[in-house]
Design a protein around this ligand. Structure first.
Ligand code: HEC
Ligand code: HEC
Ligand code: HEC
Length: 438
């Protein structure tokens, strides 16, 4: 059985030295499988294709969409319920073209518009891993909860035709080959646009839920920020106040590797991205991503001044002079960790002063984190997963609005005020506990 699979795989992969007679992959193929495993980390396939407490890659995770819930599928090499019968060509059609083996179009909840950028060689390595490095699991796929007529798949073909980019045909190379900076830039672009599918969360969507830009060449909407599951996946462009303008290349690399740095810590969907994907990348690849992100010009080309720290609020808090509702709520609930200076404790309790999360125009993440709290990922580089408690049960909508507005206007921050009705809306959307009665 094992042998048969391998022989079949061999003829498809046609990759060099082949397999030993006892059915164990020969070194060159073991190498390819290993490379495929690494690439599957870069693509974070496990995040969507594994249900909560489910077997790796067996699918069944519900992904909310405006149409209804879409379930990821079993991509283990099980022949009956997984993709064990997929040839390399079938696999490629699903991953890069968005078409399943039986010809139906996939929902773009599977980020094939990003994976279209993956080179044929990398698809081959991924295929080798999914056929030979992943444990087969028998688990039937679930149907979507989308009701007819929206459940008809043919419009997805039209969508694909309108929005899916051409797939990559050639490896990514830079000339001259000895230009290390250029190599890193291209490698970073390849990972961000392709396997990393960063744009799935970090780019705003248009009328048909398509990403407004799939590359920087499509315009400055690319990676300029999008809202996913009630979290703002932030602007990753060069903007000073709400983007990565004030982060160094090293800051970005540290964030992706350890889930935290002197500016911020990962939360919401990003905590899982760091946990399952970016922390496993080589230093060279994480550095390449950082180099590429630092090359993206800001959305707002006129706002080139970084925010500057201002300590009047810290002094007023310390001397008891600021007794506004927001300041009092902050002192009673937040200052123990984030300090009255708003500077927190680096890599433990993130700073709120000059934070790009705090200064983003859309306060979704800020309200969400105050209501429900969050936990950093534990990573091999920084194992302690510090957590922030949620205040949904403790603070009313007005108190949350007051404290968020206070944070957004203190220590040099320049975020706009937030209202109690903004908070009420988020409270409902993210399923937070009811506000306490006062
Ligand atoms: C953001 C979530 C997400 C990520 C990340 C993701 N997938 Fe998917 N994938 C899905 C969903 C959802 C479906 C099912 C779509 C449908 O039924 O229309 C799917 C379908 C597939 C299919 C088609 C399976 C079939 O039964 O025909 C393959 C193959 C696949 N994914 C492979 C991968 C690989 C390989 C990776 C990593 C490189 C990956 N996926 C990453 C969400 C994801
Ligand atoms: C599943 C959705 C999702 C994907 C995919 C995703 N991110 Fe994020 N990302 C978020 C969210 C939500 C935040 C805001 C929370 C935070 O700061 O941790 C974020 C924040 C960040 C931050 C911190 C920005 C700041 O100023 O605090 C960086 C850097 C980042 N992402 C880089 C990336 C890169 C690089 C990729 C692709 C390899 C990526 N993200 C893929 C959801 C995502
Ligand atoms: C027990 C300590 C603690 C308390 C109290 C606390 N926080 Fe936090 N806060 C944290 C930790 C830890 C994180 C990082 C969470 C993560 O990354 O998942 C965080 C993250 C944040 C962030 C995101 C910052 C960034 O860029 O990463 C904001 C904003 C925030 N807290 C605001 C508040 C406010 C407002 C209050 C009071 C209502 C508060 N926190 C109370 C520990 C605390």
């Amino acid at each position: 059985m094992m042998k048969k699979t391998i022989v079949a795989a061999l003829s498809i992969l046609a990759c060099g030295t082949g397999w030993a007679a006892d059915g164990t992959p020969a070194t060159a193929d073991a190498q390819l499988i290993k490379q495929g495993e690494y690439l599957s980390r870069a693509g974070d396939c496990i995040a969507c294709h594994t249900a909560k407490d489910g077997k790796p890659f067996a699918g069944g995770l519900g992904i909310e969409s405006p149409l209804g819930t879409i379930y990821s599928t079993n991509i283990t090499p099980d022949k009956d319920t997984g993709i064990g019968n997929y040839t390399l060509e079938d696999f490629d059609r699903a991953v890069r073209h968005g078409v399943a083996k039986d010809g139906h179009s996939l929902y773009p909840a599977m980020p094939y518009t990003a994976y279209a950028k993956v080179t044929p060689d990398d698809v081959k390595a991924l295929y080798a891993y999914f056929m030979h490095g992943v444990e087969p699991v028998k688990q039937a796929n679930k149907d979507t909860d989308i009701t007819w007529p929206l459940s008809m798949r043919w419009p997805l073909g039209v969508w694909r035709w309108m929005f899916a980019p051409d797939v990559a045909t050639a490896p990514v190379t830079a000339t001259p080959a000895n230009d290390a900076d250029k190599q890193a830039l291209l490698r970073g672009q390849y990972l961000v646009e392709g396997l990393g599918h960063c744009s799935t969360c970090h780019t705003p969507r248009g009328f048909a839920l398509q990403e407004k830009a799939l590359t920087d060449a499509d315009g400055s909407a690319f990676l300029s920020g999008g809202v996913v599951e009630g979290w703002l996946a932030k602007n990753l462009r060069g903007d000073m106040a709400d983007g990565l303008g004030s982060w160094s290349k090293e800051d970005i690399a540290a964030f992706l590797k350890s889930g935290r740095n002197g500016h911020s810590a990962a939360f919401g969907g990003m905590a899982q991205v760091v946990q399952d994907s970016t922390q496993h990348l080589t230093d060279a690849d994480v550095n390449a991503i950082a180099v590429y992100l630092k090359s993206l010009p800001p959305v707002n080309k006129n706002a080139t001044q970084p925010l500057a720290y201002n300590d009047t609020v810290a002094q007023a808090l310390r001397s008891g002079k600021d007794t506004s509702d927001g300041a009092m709520t902050f002192l009673n609930n937040c200052a123990a960790c984030h300090r009255s200076t708003g500077k927190g404790y680096a890599e433990t309790f993130p700073q709120l002063a000059l934070s790009s999360t705090v200064n983003s125009a859309d306060p979704a993440s800020l309200i969400h984190i105050v209501l429900k709290g969050a936990q950093m990922p534990g990573t091999s580089a920084a194992p302690t997963a510090y957590a922030m408690p949620g205040f949904d049960w403790r603070l009313t909508d007005k108190e949350v609005a007051d404290v968020v507005t206070f944070v957004r206007s203190s220590w040099g921050n320049q975020g706009a005020a937030v209202s109690a009705s903004d908070v009420a809306k988020v409270r409902k959307e993210v399923g937070a506990a009811k506000a306490p009665a006062r």
